[in-house]
Design a protein around this ligand. Structure first.
Ligand code: AMP
Ligand code: MG
Length: 286
């Protein structure tokens, strides 16, 4: 048996939420599907870069020639879970021209005047693009539920609305990749401590992060409900153990590779006569 670091072909399967998924017993320090340790994950991510880059360029070319497909990567996770690192280290592996990244914070007054999906719809990727949501419509059944920002009957009704919305997206040609990065309570404590310790990380710290941490159990319950109620065949959730950042990045890169491969795109056919154009170019020779 080879000792070479590698990623299992079943990785996506292993991370996908299925019936009976139990967040409370989920091991956040595991590296499912990875043969090798954390540094192997880092090396493998470099290899993934080339693969992702070519697949993304094909998607972009497809969009430029009238194609309608797109990919939407939805990133969820509590503070310090590593959402920003995914954007930087995984999404950063492809041409920024083909990517649209949106972060969702506390809704503005204008956004609050509309239904919760309004700002989401406006941020959807154009055909040919990879859209990335750093937080998403799921905040409207997470923080909104835990902090009681709306009455229970309102957030209750949102799970079905979200499923219908995502079904609509998928029917229109978007592959929806939903990723929840799950850190342990201990690891989150360490990451917050580091943010407080290092002046170059203070900008990432928010005193409200401690209030959120105090509601840890309520958030776990709210996340469990998200997985139970919105992991659908057309848009399943993938829960990523995120105590090892390098593993989490590799895992998300593989989910993106598979999403792009599922589009099964070829390079678009030239809409001109290649031979004739070669002759015309030849004729310009001086
Ligand atoms: P960060 O991602 O660290 O910049 O933080 C963004 C903050 O905005 C988090 O505390 C989220 O819980 C909050 N947030 C995002 N979406 C919503 C929403 N729909 N309603 C209320 N708060 C939200
Ligand atoms: Mg934050």
């Amino acid at each position: 048996m080879s000792k070479k670091p590698s990623l299992s072909h079943e990785l996506t399967e292993q991370l996908r939420v299925r019936e009976g998924f139990d967040l409370a017993s989920f091991d956040r320090g595991a590296r499912p599907g990875l043969k090798g340790g954390s540094s192997a994950a880092e090396d493998l991510l470099v290899e993934q870069g080339g693969i992702l880059d070519e697949l993304q360029e094909k998607l972009y070319a497809h969009g430029r020639s009238g194609g309608t497909r797109s990919v939407l990567l939805v990133l969820q996770g509590l503070d310090t879970a590593g959402k920003g690192g995914i954007v930087r280290h995984v999404v950063g592996l492809v041409d920024p021209q083909g990517v649209s990244i949106r972060s969702f914070g506390v809704p503005t007054e204008e956004e609050r005047a509309h239904d919760f999906l309004w700002r989401i719809r406006r941020a959807l990727p154009q055909p040919g693009r990879i859209g990335v949501f750093d937080r998403s419509h799921y905040e409207d059944v997470l923080v909104a539920r835990v902090d009681e920002l709306v009455p229970p009957d309102v957030w209750e009704s949102r799970y079905d609305l979200i499923n219908d919305f995502e079904a609509e997206l998928v029917a229109a040609g978007t592959v929806v990749v939903k990723v929840a990065l799950m850190v342990s309570y201990e690891e989150q404590g360490e990451r917050l401590a580091e943010r407080l310790e290092r002046p170059d990380k203070h900008w990432k710290y928010n005193p409200g992060d401690i209030d959120t941490r105090l509601r840890w159990d309520d958030y776990q319950e709210a996340y469990q409900a998200v997985f139970d109620r919105t992991s659908t065949p057309h848009a399943p959730w993938h829960v990523i153990p995120a105590d090892d950042k390098r593993y989490a990045r590799l895992a998300v890169s593989q989910l993106l590779v598979e999403a792009l491969e599922s589009l099964d795109l070829d390079w678009p056919q030239a809409d001109f006569d290649v031979a004739a154009e070669k002759e015309r170019l030849e004729a310009t020779r001086r």
